[in-house]
Ligand binder design. Structure first.
Ligand code: G6Q
Length: 545
């Protein structure tokens, strides 16, 4: 009989990390810093224009050695190569995972199923650029002859979160004379608010859906078509001038009434949450223009090259992934806060929620065995400094350990008086306060009333990373996203899960399809759910009358 492969928790490095954690659990960052004046320099890394200071994590040299040993025992290098070589690492869907091909230079060769996919990628990019040039120059006319002024992306999940995040992040570079809107929710309010002040004659819809079957997107796309036709005298020919599609499903696109000449393709080896740099980024390209879009792709690519070639101990995504494993699996952190000190990154935490949790929120290993360890923590966050006036209380003095990723930029995009120095002082202060805290003696020495002392103590010893870049440019955004993509990959490789499927979103979809007619039927339906669901359906049917 074939021996079962060792589970992660049986690996030598994992066991060593578990006993190492017991030895260092009481050691405070205050001590680690005072013992080693070189600590900040030792635990930082600058690469591809991103600077990571990870010295405020609860780590020692030994911790890092053992984490790197774990990466080697989990065959991380080989797994990275497998991805770049187009191996079918998305095993449950039998697919290659090649978002790295979306940003590869034209001369690169990346193979999937015996075919170099890079020429196809560049053909689509060129088609997107030609289309963007026509729209941006006003050459592309709506049905009544007016140029396009409003662009509405209709999509959800991976076909929405990347475009929204990138649009917000790169607004500084965007065409201010064009209006960009994003409709995702099947709640009609989303469509209503996105379009209520727009002129259909000047509006272009981009229907972004890999499958072109997603309930929310198809419902919104039909509503968009009705809205357009109502404003254009019900002329069906108008649809072709006001709708384009981004999809892998030409048949469904044509059936919807969109000319497949105006369809921008991508491939089954691009997962939804890894697709913002594919044709799904068409709205991004329209907003920032083709040159900036290419610069963003180049940023992604630089991080890809680094991830593939840098040794594990000098590899930014690998280090971030391993630190996350340490905080999560060994220090017991259940969540991670993403805290960009850059207002333009306000949707970045939401984007990362999907990237991280849909990828690694898994309960079985690649071969279907229940995991012997926790997998993905919960990701959340808001831009600083706003969060400082709300939930940071819990991060500083609550009972839970919340590792933080602070993201900051040396230069403001719109410099204004003292604003940027004040912003930067705050991010540095937060990381310092979390790490070092304030002891009871220090609080007493300030003359605090004795009964208030415990309330004003900060334990400290709370881990954080600081990621610093020069300025938020399209290229830097590409690097940041690729950094997190590959950190997610690293964690998935250690946990041995399929980071590229998402079966967990299926059950709710199926049940909703069953419930829709039960809500819509004019006849009282015969309900066969549990008593709670049955009751709620009955009450809803009564209340909506
Ligand atoms: C992402 C997921 C999911 C997907 C949406 C939209 O990795 O697969 O978020 O992007 O469900 O799917 P369509 O693009 O097919 O409409």
């Amino acid at each position: 009989m074939k021996a079962q492969p060792k589970s992660l928790t049986q690996k030598a490095a994992w066991k060593l990390l578990a006993s190492h954690q017991k030895q260092v659990q009481k050691v405070h960052l205050r001590k680690l810093f005072s013992d080693d004046p070189n600590r900040a320099r030792k635990f930082s890394l600058k690469t591809a224009g991103l600077f990571l200071d990870y010295s405020k994590n609860r780590i020692t040299d030994k911790t890092m050695d053992l984490l790197l040993q774990l990466a080697r025992e989990c065959d991380l290098k080989r797994k990275i190569e497998d991805m770049f070589n187009g191996e079918k690492i998305n095993v449950t869907e039998n697919r290659s995972v090649l978002h790295v091909a979306l940003r590869a230079p034209e001369k690169a060769k990346i193979w999937a199923d015996g075919k170099n996919v890079v020429p196809d990628v560049h053909a689509v990019l060129k088609k997107m650029e030609q289309f963007a040039a026509m729209v941006l120059s006003g050459q592309w006319k709506g049905y009544s002859g007016k140029s396009i002024r409003n662009i509405v992306n209709v999509g959800i999940g991976g076909s929405d979160l990347g475009p929204v995040m990138a649009y917000e992040a790169l607004r500084h570079y965007s065409r201010r004379d064009l209006v960009f809107r994003f409709v995702s929710n099947v709640d009609g309010i989303d469509f209503h608010e996105a379009t209520q002040d727009l002129d259909p004659a000047e509006t272009l819809f981009i229907i972004s859906s890999k499958t072109f079957t997603t309930l929310e997107t198809m419902t919104n796309a039909q509503t968009a078509r009705e809205w357009l036709l109502a404003g254009m005298g019900n002329k069906m020919e108008a649809v072709a001038r006001h709708f384009v599609a981004v999809s892998t499903n030409a048949e469904k696109v044509a059936a919807f009434g969109i000319d497949t000449k105006n369809m921008f393709g991508f491939w089954d080896w691009v997962g939804g949450r890894y697709s913002m740099d594919s044709a799904i980024g068409l709205s991004t390209m329209l907003a920032i223009g083709p040159d900036h879009f290419r610069a963003m792709l180049d940023g992604f690519h630089q991080m890809d090259v680094h991830f593939r070639t840098a040794p594990l101990d000098r590899n930014l995504p690998v280090l971030m992934g391993l630190l996350s494993i340490w905080n999560n699996n060994f220090l017991g952190a259940e969540t991670v806060a993403i805290l960009p000190y850059e207002q333009y990154l306000k949707r970045f935490p939401a984007y990362l929620q999907q990237l991280t949790m849909e990828s690694n929120g898994k309960h079985v290993t690649l071969d279907g065995r229940t995991v012997s360890h926790d997998t993905c923590p919960v990701f959340w966050g808001e831009p600083g400094t706003n969060g400082q006036h709300s939930f940071y209380q819990l991060i500083h003095q609550g009972t839970r350990l919340i590792p933080c990723d602070f993201i900051a930029f040396a230069k403001a995009l719109a410099p204004m008086g003292r604003h940027h120095d004040i912003l930067m002082a705050n991010v540095l202060a937060q990381a310092e306060a979390l790490a070092f805290g304030k002891t009871a003696d220090e609080v007493k020495a300030e003359g605090t009333a004795p009964e208030l002392v415990p309330h004003r103590v900060f334990e400290g010893n709370r881990p954080s990373n600081i990621l610093l870049a020069d300025q938020l440019t399209p290229s830097v955004l590409g690097k940041l996203v690729a950094l997190y993509e590959h950190s997610v990959f690293t964690q998935g490789a250690i946990w041995n899960v399929d980071s590229f499927d998402q079966w967990g979103v299926e059950l709710g979809k199926v049940l909703a399809q069953r419930i829709i007619p039960e809500l819509e039927n004019s006849q009282e339906p015969r309900l066969k759910h549990d008593s709670s669901t049955n009751q709620l359906i009955r009450i809803y049917r009564k209340m909506k009358k």
